[in-house]
Write a protein that binds this ligand. Structure first.
Ligand code: SAH
Length: 248
């Protein structure tokens, strides 16, 4: 089981697989006022940066599940590096339908809401693992400005304009699902650059090292087109944030 190999190539050097920086995760951890021993579940935990740094900085205990074998291994290594391997556990697996045995105080899905087939389904899934009064974290894109055409939405790698909401629309949608938005930390263009531009050097180095690989032509095409596509579309039109929710 794994995610499409192209992501394991382009994001192999990322510690955070989202337009968030380590500073933003630190801001979010502080904003949530995490207490030591707080239990956190993270569906689509990537290379584990959120759980590992929160274990180091706040003494939380965490479980992360991720479908990428590479990212899951990187998460385990990161836990050892930060000396929190006794506090966090990373499971390589499919998080779809995953409910924790023990209820958690914080249940997160940060940039992987397809796991529950969308935001509403992912909130419903996370709620099954959450103790009463707990916090759900959803990391999700939103439109900074509504794209004027469907082509612009596709340029942002969205299927259509309707895939995402504006920030006020997204906040209102959480209310309609019966949740208070109790905190949020939003990224900025610099955060987007760290996520997207970091792929370019990774791709270039990978291409130089793997010219005969079956993915080489795809990676070459991406490296050629991505900087312009990103600057024209995603960087201009897409915002991204993590939203903290509590059931009303
Ligand atoms: N939350 C992490 C990773 C976000 S990227 C971070 O902030 O860095 C999305 C992640 O979802 C990737 O790590 C990918 O491997 C993982 N993923 C995709 N489909 C999944 C699934 N069905 N179950 C578990 N993880 C999945």
């Amino acid at each position: 089981m794994d995610i499409p190999r192209i992501f394991n190539v382009t994001e192999s050097a990322h510690r955070i697989h989202n337009p968030f920086t380590s500073k933003k995760f630190a801001t979010l951890g502080e904003a949530l006022r995490l207490e030591p021993e707080t239990r956190v579940l993270d569906l689509g935990s990537g290379s584990g940066e959120m759980l590992c740094t929160w274990a180091r900085d706040h003494g939380i205990r965490g479980t992360g599940i991720d479908k990428s074998r590479l990212f899951s291994e990187q998460a385990k290594r990161r836990a050892e590096e930060l000396e929190v391997a006794d506090r966090v556990e990373f499971i390589h697996g499919d998080a779809a339908g995953h409910v924790s045995d023990e209820k958690v105080a914080v249940a997160a899905c940060v940039g992987a809401t397809w796991i529950g087939e969308g935001v509403a389904g992912t909130i419903a899934l996370l709620a099954k693992s959450l103790r009463t009064g707990g916090i759900i974290l959803i990391g999700e894109p939103y439109w900074l400005h509504l794209p004027p055409t469907e082509d612009v939405a596709k340029g942002c790698l969205a299927g259509s304009i309707s895939d995402f909401l504006t920030l006020p629309g997204l906040l209102a949608s959480f209310g309609k699902l019966g949740y208070d938005v109790v905190e949020m930390v939003l990224t900025d263009q610099d955060g987007w650059d760290r996520y997207e531009a970091a792929k370019w050097l990774t791709m270039r180095r990978w291409l130089d090292a793997n010219p005969q690989d079956e993915l080489a032509a795809d990676v070459r095409a991406l490296l050629t087109s991505e900087p312009q596509r990103y600057a024209t579309f995603t960087r201009e039109y897409l915002g991204w944030g993590v939203f903290a929710l509590m059931a009303r």
